[in-house]
Design a binder for this molecule. Structure first.
Ligand code: HEC
Length: 165
């Protein structure tokens, strides 16, 4: 009898946990732009979202962007409510001020940067983070190829459900 009760309790709390993640409690206060979670989007929906972005992002290669995100995965998650690792979770980063993820300890350089992340800031940042923002603790050498950056940024926008302004 005890055991059955315990199992039921575990199941209930797991369910509650799942609800919290999809509900995105951490994200209330942000625009709907980052609300939809990409895993629920079909490939056709992703392509439609991509096509709605301004050039050059509308014609970006999402498969190459996903491959380039392989360079970020060791330090960043991108899913809603994903863990902070060496770097903060990146879901909802578009349109948001830098250094806003709760429970992540940012450098003073990023906290005081005044950056609001959009595609063009990300493009400069990803080309050479430590030159763009001296004092940042993102120790990533940079992504030199402009087309790779465009593809990666488009991938990040699509995966976080970012809608063009
Ligand atoms: C070696 C680990 C590492 C790698 C690889 C890395 N990052 Fe980071 N990233 C960090 C750290 C650490 C920070 C926090 C920087 C700070 O506080 O100065 C950060 C911060 C960021 C931010 C700012 C987030 C915010 O909340 O303001 C963005 C955007 C970002 N990274 C994108 C990327 C992308 C895209 C890639 C892949 C091309 C990447 N990073 C690769 C460690 C990494």
């Amino acid at each position: 009898m005890r055991r059955i009760l315990a199992t039921a309790l575990v199941a209930t709390s797991l369910a509650a946990c799942g609800q919290q993640q999809t509900g995105g409690t951490a994200e209330t206060g942000q625009q709907a732009s980052s609300a939809p979670a990409a895993p629920e989007m079909s490939d056709a929906e992703k392509q439609a979202l991509l096509a709605s972005y301004p050039a050059p992002y509308n014609t970006a290669d999402l498969a190459n962007g996903e491959a380039k995100f392989g360079l970020c995965r060791s330090c960043h998650t991108i899913t809603p409510g994903g863990a902070n690792m060496t770097g903060p979770n990146l879901h909802g980063v578009f349109g948001r001020k830098a250094a806003q993820v709760a429970n992540y300890k940012y450098s003073d350089a990023l906290k005081n940067s005044g950056i609001v992340w959009d595609a063009s800031h990300l493009d400069e940042w990803l080309a050479k983070p430590m030159t763009y923002l001296p004092g940042t603790k993102m120790s990533f050498a940079g992504l030199k190829d402009a087309k790779d950056r465009t593809d990666l940024i488009a991938f990040l926008m699509v995966e976080t459900g970012h809608k063009p302004q």
